[in-house]
Ligand binder design. Structure first.
Ligand code: GLY
Length: 438
């Protein structure tokens, strides 16, 4: 079978890498692909958000039997619906939720209402369409409050307000951006107490299969969770302290009820559902594999990913559930970013060390890189990911940092504390709190 992967960054590279190991697959195309994927797949010059060109491409490539859509923008634009409509007469499996099911990520208001209606534990909130409504709610609440746009905004649609003045300032900024008006409400919510973890579940519309461990993303640019938000500077997994039984219980609490309700509403969710938790509450749902979470769980999955994706598309996860195998090991994904990231990433630095021999069970994934005549150079904010697997999470973290010493470029940024939480007593208390709530 031939496969098209629609995802531009390191997560796309990680997916292509795992798909390339499948005995069911003999050719992979990328939309668009990057310097790393050209070694295992065929890159195209088709953007991940150019639906028309993607359809055109699949029309010509008659052997494509599966399309994997893992990025949020094309899902929100309805790429799955467009493929389904266009290729009704061809047997193509499309992995990813359609537009109505992916609303759970795109619309924060929809998602919070869904959680409330299904009794999913989440922070108290309101949906405000006007400044007056927003201020009226905020005035009765304790701070901080979080203000979320009701649309995707490149991961930058959430702001924290410490007082009423900040609420007003943030909302004025959203109005200026055309992101807050009668048609575009905001969600204003209380802070959830506790530590943040990511869960991921393959879903087939009715049933689901949990990735059997939690992961911890590190979202800000600087150590100690300081500085602006990024697309994630590193992930570790499994988060120690949560057993497979705990993860299954978390699945019953945070995946089962929303999956059931989405199906009842006629928007069955097929693809990967990603509940982001903070303490015992659900912060948000994403409608795709996490980035960089996927880089970690893919490195720990021993089974054939394509078989699971096919089962998730064909609504028979139940038949394969018990046969999926995972490595008993720890993994760390360390993100290397460019100078100026996330605000003003600088391109052009030459990357050295890419040909180094890496420690066993370690690999590099490309995101913002490109080749000129002689060198591989920095071509974006998120440059490379280092993924290391070892017997324990701690060993995997050490190995990822050791590998980073081999990769050099001017302006290289990385966090120095990825995974330090595993030995932090406050973090471990937070995990205990999550355990005690299930
Ligand atoms: N790890 C954050 C995200 O994928 O949205």
């Amino acid at each position: 079978m031939e496969v098209l992967v629609v995802d531009p960054g390191a997560r796309g590279h990680a997916l292509a890498r795992k798909i390339s190991e499948s005995s069911l697959v003999d050719r992979i195309f990328m939309a668009p692909g990057n310097t790393g994927t050209e070694e295992i797949a065929e890159n195209t010059d088709i953007s991940h958000v150019d639906l028309e060109s993607q359809i055109d491409f699949v029309r010509k490539q008659k052997k494509i039997g599966m399309i994997v859509v893992a990025a949020d923008d094309p899902l929100a634009m309805g790429v799955v619906d467009a493929f389904e409509e266009e290729f009704k007469d061809r047997d193509i499996k499309i992995w990813g939720p359609n537009q109505s099911a992916s609303k759970i990520e795109r619309s924060k208001a929809f998602s919070k209402q869904l959680m409330k209606s299904q009794g999913v534990d989440t922070a108290d909130f309101t949906i405000a369409h006007t400044m007056q409504e927003a201020i009226r709610y905020a005035d009765t609440q304790s701070f901080p409050l979080f203000i979320k746009m009701d649309q995707l905004f490149g991961g930058k649609g959430v702001s924290k307000a410490e007082d009423l003045f900040e609420v007003e300032d943030i909302l004025c900024k959203y109005i200026g951006l055309g992101r807050f008006n009668r048609d575009n409400p905001v969600v204003i919510e209380q802070e959830s107490p506790g530590v943040e973890i990511s869960l991921q579940a393959f879903c087939d519309g009715e049933d689901y299969l949990m990735v059997p461990f939690a992961m911890k993303d590190h979202k800000t640019i600087y150590d100690g969770d300081k500085g602006p938000m990024t697309g994630g500077m590193g992930v570790i997994g499994p988060v120690p302290g949560l057993s497979t039984e705990d993860i299954n219980r978390l699945g019953e609490k945070f995946v089962a009820p929303v999956l059931r309700e989405l199906s009842r509403q006629g928007r069955p969710f097929r693809g990967m559902l990603y509940p982001g938790l903070r303490g015992s509450q659900c912060l948000e749902y994403n409608a795709r594999p996490g980035d960089p979470e996927a880089q970690v769980w893919l490195s720990l999955m021993s089974s054939d990913l394509v078989e699971v994706m096919l089962a998730s598309h064909e609504c028979n996860l139940v038949d394969i559930k018990d046969s999926i195998k995972w490595r008993k090991a720890g993994a760390c994904c360390l993100v290397l970013a460019s100078r100026g990231y996330p605000e003003d990433p600088q391109k052009g630095a030459i990357i050295e060390g890419l040909a180094s021999s890496l420690p066993a069970d370690t690999h590099l994934l490309h995101a913002g890189t490109k080749k000129d005549e002689k060198n591989t150079i920095v071509d974006g904010g998120r440059v490379l990911n280092i993924v290391a697997v070892d017997d324990s999470v701690e060993e995997a973290i050490n190995k990822a940092y050791q590998t980073s010493g081999l990769i050099l470029f001017d302006g290289k940024q990385q966090r120095g504390d990825i995974g330090q939480c595993v030995t932090d007593s406050e973090f471990n208390k937070g995990i205990e709190q999550i355990k005690s709530s299930i």
